[in-house]
Design a protein around this ligand. Structure first.
Ligand code: ADP
Length: 484
């Protein structure tokens, strides 16, 4: 049993309409620790009926929640933020137990997740409208912002806390109510957030969490005419499926889907900075983030030097159980994840790639994979097209700037891109030409609650965080006030 300072943060029930409930059927499913295989807890396996009740409760709660003032909502969110930070250690331990990431990364994610709550507590008060200079003497033209209404969120396991708060906090700030289905692998972080939201004063029905059967819960969320918006972070195929399911009720959607981030190192780059950026953008969360560098495009003149420096930095990574001091890389989330990484490496090696370091399962067993670098990687290999979602850095070679941009854009995805160069002209040229929602220039870390996060092409629709993140939960209403 996982012991916490505040044991009430380990919730094993769903939170629907302000009460902690089991599944109607009484069924549960286990939550396991990927580092040990142990069952940490069990949570309800809910389905359509429980989700329908959460939707009804959200509709009911919306009537009063949308009428609260922005200041009232802001204060509740602020209390939620304070409670998250006061319980940071417990929340981090819960996260490492169910997700596997090193404890230092979990602490960091709790602070990052809480930062979204703090940010939207502030933004709630700034949902300004507009007055448009009228072309008619007898009419005033006014634009107001209103909450979208009842929203639904589906989130992944790689950031069990931050992917929730960047959706739920702006929804609540805007005056919407929301029902969340967290990933099967990491429901405990979600339920702990609901516990703290309740303590912060979020009223019953405003924020519900339903764990269980993804397709049944998602089916109700997408088909219900009461739900006016669906927000999803996860794989592109599931995003496409949900988009199709939402067509029947023409819902607003925010989709944050897969990526295939290029990381370009030009001849004129500061190689030490590039290596530091590469480590941060590739090996964080064992390579399981949607903005992880997927393809390292390295210019001819610095290819060997970059590979050597990166290999030296990778050899300093410490693989192990995330609860152990100094560990920088935990296990992958499950067997499917490690099988996929293994297949991608095999495909590359079979087609002529060279293993610089790593390349296989780690001696620790289970789902640990060695931090890996592959050289001589070419576009025909599967790693060029598919999201790796593991600690593998494939190094491609290029000659000219034009070739680098062409290779970088040669993907259906468009989430994050990174490049390193000290040339001012090139920095601007390449930034403009990259078909991505986010570009990190001379940095491998781009995520912050104050900036708009999101992608283009098949990486999704909409932006999270920043002032744009609040807009996603608001409708624009135009009033033509005549007869004046
Ligand atoms: P990943 O590969 O990261 O697990 P998924 O897209 O499969 O990505 O999962 C992201 C989220 O989508 C999870 O919460 C998962 O349960 C949910 N999900 C998966 N399939 C469906 C579905 N058919 N309907 C609704 N949600 C789904």
């Amino acid at each position: 049993m996982l012991s916490l300072k505040d044991q009430n943060l380990l919730r094993q029930a769903c939170y629907i309409n302000g009460t902690w409930v089991p599944a109607d059927s009484g069924e549960t499913f286990p939550v396991t620790n990927p580092a040990t295989g142990e069952t940490i807890a069990t949570v309800p396996r809910c389905g359509a009926a429980e989700t329908e009740r959460a939707v009804q409760a959200a509709e009911q709660a919306l009537k009063t929640w949308r009428e609260t003032t922005a200041v009232e909502r802001s204060r509740i969110l602020r209390r939620w933020f304070d409670l998250m930070m006061a319980n940071q250690e417990d929340l981090a331990r819960l996260m490492t137990a169910e997700q596997g990431k090193p404890l230092a990364e979990s602490r960091g994610e709790i602070a990052y997740a809480a930062a979204y709550v703090e940010w939207f507590a502030e933004e709630a008060k700034r949902a300004y409208g507009e007055v448009i200079p009228s072309p008619f003497k007898d009419r005033q033209l006014v634009v107001t912002k209103e909450p979208v209404g009842v929203c639904a969120a589906i989130t992944p396991w790689n950031f069990p806390s931050a992917m929730i708060t960047r959706k739920v906090a702006p929804a609540l700030a805007a005056g919407c109510t929301i029902i969340l289905k967290p990933a099967e692998q990491t429901p405990l972080s979600a339920l702990a957030l609901a516990e703290l939201a309740e303590r912060a004063g979020v009223p019953a029905g405003v924020f519900s969490v339903v764990t269980g059967k993804a397709s049944a819960i998602g089916g109700v969320m997408t088909a219900s005419p009461i739900v006016r918006k669906l927000t999803f972070t996860g794989s592109t195929p599931i995003g496409q499926l949900l988009m199709a399911q939402c067509a029947g009720t023409v819902k607003k959607m925010s989709l944050e889907l897969g990526g295939n981030a290029p990381f370009i190192v030009f001849d004129d780059a500061d190689l030490d900075a590039a290596v530091a950026g590469a480590i941060a953008s590739k090996y964080r969360n064992a390579g399981q983030t949607c903005v992880c560098s997927n393809r390292f495009l390295v210019q001819d003149g610095v290819y060997d030097a970059f590979a050597a420096k990166l290999a030296a930095a990778v050899s300093a990574l410490k693989v192990g159980n995330g609860t152990e001091e100094g560990v920088t890389q935990g296990p992958l989330i499950d067997d499917a994840a490690i099988n996929k990484v293994e297949e991608l490496v095999k495909d590359a090696v079979d087609k002529g790639a060279r293993v610089v370091t790593g390349g296989k399962r780690h001696a620790l067993g289970r789902t640990w994979f060695e931090p890996t670098i592959l050289a001589d990687v070419v576009p025909g290999m599967a790693v060029a097209k598919e999201e790796i979602f593991g600690p593998v850095a494939p190094l491609f070679r290029f000659k000219s700037e034009a070739e680098a941009v062409q290779m970088a854009n040669d993907t259906e995805f468009g989430l994050a891109a990174y490049f390193f160069s000290k040339d001012h002209g090139r920095v601007w040229r390449v930034s403009k030409q990259l078909e991505y929602g986010m570009v990190g220039v001379n940095t491998g870390l781009i995520s912050t609650e104050v900036a708009p996060f999101g992608g283009v092409k098949m990486s999704g629709i909409g932006r999270e965080g920043s002032s744009h993140g609040l807009d996603e939960y608001m409708e624009t209403k135009y009033l033509a006030l005549g007869g004046l």
